[in-house]
Write a protein that binds this ligand. Structure first.
Ligand code: HEC
Ligand code: HEC
Length: 376
């Protein structure tokens, strides 16, 4: 790792030297040699030890140039047909890369029919989109680019556009030794997306309970409710609200490697959006959705795949009194409540909200590594 970093520095110095010694009109990287050597980034420098190393694509190693190219593309409106919106228009850093509106507005004001999810720690997810229909980020990016109600772009036109932009000629060359092209574009976006990490919340300092001093009393009680089982006493009261089975661990998101944590959390009796069920066409999947991470949850309202809840209080009320146990595809963990609503006390509800609010990572939403490179 040390060696690689040194190499990067050396490369940069060499480049500077050649840049000053050769004639102005010549591109230094092209003059030097055709094969520009991108600076490898050690995944250990991206992913925190406490999260463990995620499974990473072997054919797309992180490089400084690749990540930076992906970041430029993420914030570049030329990826949309009328050059009006970028990925960053709907995935805004200050809201943990979600956005505050219920449905997203694409070009020409067309609306999406699902709520834009937050983006961080995606390297730990095996399935993407609310209905888990895509397995890799490099495949995923072509959907918003082409969706008529998002960026409505055509791929041939995008290919042409990228080739005309000087900074892309330069950066595709630096990152991939290539002319601007769509495959390398998808790899660069994949690198950038995979590199977005959030682990700075107080919850993350607390987890798995090592540093109780970073939490207040209400948050600590919230942690007990969150991680406690639903178990009714003689008065019909439960100590635990059992959130951890689906939103557990330091990522606050179930990481079932096969299904990526997909569940029906009892929102509706009759589902209108079939979710994962529309992909598999199996009854048991109707109304099941990817379980979101609860990190930064206080920043990503409104909530659920259709943004139906505006506040965390409303979400907690759903789990407390509103679960539709009769829905046939309800998750077994919820079915195990025996059809009884939890009827959480006011204190329990407030404690759970307090605990969820401790999951906000304020450094993350200001981290310049993820910000718009076109805005200085
Ligand atoms: C018009 C708003 C809009 C734009 C522009 C947009 N997205 Fe999204 N994004 C959404 C919505 C809405 C969803 C949820 C769609 C669904 O689940 O069916 C989503 C989902 C995603 C997801 C899935 C996250 C997860 O955890 O499952 C990723 C990753 C993503 N977008 C990345 C991007 C990238 C990269 C771009 C630019 C190429 C982009 N988005 C452009 C609105 C947008
Ligand atoms: C059986 C699994 C399961 C359990 C148990 C569960 N959830 Fe969820 N949760 C989900 C799923 C799935 C979604 C997304 C559902 C959708 O959008 O249709 C979700 C969504 C949420 C959201 C909104 C996330 C967002 O980004 O919009 C919050 C907040 C939340 N859950 C909190 C909790 C709390 C607090 C508890 C405990 C009281 C809990 N959950 C228990 C599966 C579960």
């Amino acid at each position: 790792m040390f060696g690689l970093k040194n190499f990067g520095l050396m490369g940069a110095t060499l480049l500077l030297l050649t840049a000053t010694s050769c004639r102005r009109e010549e591109d230094p990287s092209a003059k030097n040699n055709k094969t520009y050597q991108p600076t490898l980034v050690d995944p250990k420098d991206i992913f925190p030890a406490e999260f463990g190393m995620p499974p990473l694509p072997k054919d797309n190693p992180f490089t400084e140039e690749g990540i930076y190219l992906g970041r430029m593309l993420f914030y570049d409106p030329i990826l949309s047909f009328d050059s009006s919106i970028s990925c960053g228009s709907c995935h805004q850093q200050e809201f943990a890369f979600a956005e505050p509106r219920q449905f997203s507005k694409g070009i020409y004001g067309l609306m999406s029919h699902r709520n834009a999810p937050s983006l961080f720690n995606t390297a730990y997810s095996r399935k993407f989109f609310w209905d888990a229909r895509v397995n890799t980020l490099r495949d995923l990016i072509f959907e918003p680019i082409q969706a008529h109600n998002e960026m409505a772009m055509t791929l041939p036109l995008l290919n042409e556009r990228l080739k005309k932009v000087e900074r892309y000629k330069d950066y595709f060359n630096k990152a991939f030794n290539s002319e601007p092209n769509l495959i390398d574009m998808s790899l660069a976006l994949e690198q950038f997306l995979l590199s977005i990490v959030s682990n700075g919340s107080r919850f993350n300092k607390f987890f798995p309970g090592d540093n109780p001093q970073v939490m207040n009393q209400s948050e600590l009680r919230g942690a007990f409710a969150f991680n406690g089982l639903v178990d009714f006493d003689a008065n019909g009261k439960t100590k635990g609200a059992d959130c951890f089975h689906c939103h557990g661990g330091e990522l606050a998101q179930q990481q079932n490697p096969v299904m990526g944590g997909i569940a029906n959390n009892g929102l509706d009796l009759v589902v209108t959006d079939k979710g994962f069920g529309a992909i598999t066409n199996r009854d048991q999947d109707f109304g099941t959705f990817k379980t979101p991470s609860l990190l930064n949850i206080a920043l990503t309202a409104p909530y659920m795949h259709d943004g139906r809840f505006n506040t965390l209080e409303e979400v907690i009320e759903h789990y407390s009194t509103g679960i539709r146990y009769e829905n046939p595809s309800i998750h077994p963990q919820l079915a195990a409540h025996g059809g009884l609503q939890m009827n959480l006390s006011e204190t329990q509800k407030a404690d759970l909200v307090a605990y969820l609010k401790s999951m906000t990572d304020l450094e993350f939403i200001k981290n310049p590594k993820y910000s718009n490179p076109f805005v200085k």
